[in-house]
Design a binder for this molecule. Structure first.
Ligand SMILES: [Zn+2]
Length: 284
């Protein structure tokens, strides 16, 4: 099972349900999955537990955690049930946690589909410019965290945009919009956070506030032309050593290049080069 399978299964699960009030109540999902939710004061760091009682799934959430966190826990646990993936944890680890195994990542993907239904989310996100304001209003509307919202936004927006999740000073995961992928952008995973990025600066300063600023595009993207800037919106959580960045730029700041039919980036040639019929390949 991969992420695409999970997305398909989540959408099949949601098919036909009335989702008009889903940002307020997860009841349609619970009914469909024959599950119910109990609230209980659990220990710090413990998000929830699940039990099967008389054939019914009972999800206990920690009443001391935020509503956003509780909703995530519920949908993550529904993922285990609907996808038929055994839970390997006592409690739901935080989004994008470095030690998560594949099963947990897939249940996160399932939770994202349920919390941010594709049609509702993309309708809002298509017409919104990437910005801190946009992020905050989406997080508020869908009651989702910055990592969950940011990665979904980066996938669905029409702007060249990426969302990068960093753990312990290493780049772990990057989600990218279609326009950015079409430019051939790549972000190197499992490498240190780029030194001149805003993310690296916030992590060093141990600042937990959102900050945004201009950063060179080639700081973030592999094998990229120099001299172009992007905007980076970043936040660092020192406790879990997690750093998150939303990256984007205006269409007119996009490098002038194309991707060939092999998915490789080619510099836009001038007329003379074209006449020679020889393509110059930039070695990666
Ligand atoms: Zn899980």
């Amino acid at each position: 099972m991969d992420e695409q399978d999970v997305v398909r299964k989540a959408r099949a699960f949601m098919q036909g349900l009335d989702l008009s009030n889903i940002r307020e109540s997860l009841e349609p999902y619970l009914t469909k999955a024959n599950a119910r939710v109990r609230e209980e004061e659990l220990g710090p760091g413990e998000s929830g537990t699940v039990a099967e009682i008389k054939g019914r799934l009972v999800i206990t959430v920690n009443s001391t955690e935020s509503l956003e966190r509780q909703r995530f826990t519920i949908c993550h646990e529904l993922g285990h049930k609907v996808l038929g993936l055994d839970s390997s944890h006592q409690h739901v680890p935080p989004w994008g946690h470095v030690k998560r195994d594949m099963t947990e990542v897939l249940c996160d993907v399932f939770a994202a589909e349920l919390l941010m239904p594709h049609d509702q989310f993309s309708a809002v996100c298509r017409d919104s410019e990437p910005s801190l304001m946009t992020m905050l209003s989406l997080m508020d509307a869908f009651k989702t965290s910055f990592p969950a919202t940011g990665s979904r936004f980066a996938r669905l927006t029409n702007a060249p945009c990426a969302f990068v999740n960093m753990q312990g000073g290493l780049v772990r995961y990057a989600a990218m919009s279609t326009p950015l992928r079409k430019l051939g952008a790549r972000i190197t995973l499992k490498t240190p956070i780029p030194a001149r990025s805003l993310a690296a600066r916030l992590r060093q300063a141990k600042t937990s506030e959102f900050q945004d600023g201009d950063v060179a595009q080639d700081e973030w993207f592999e094998n990229w032309p120099t001299g172009l800037d992007l905007i980076e919106l970043s936040r660092h959580h020192d406790g879990s050593d997690t750093t998150l960045s939303l990256l984007w730029f205006e269409e007119e700041d996009a490098p002038r290049m194309e991707v060939d039919r092999f998915g490789q980036r080619v510099q836009e040639d001038n007329g003379l080069d074209e006449l020679t019929g020889v393509l110059s390949w930039k070695k990666r």
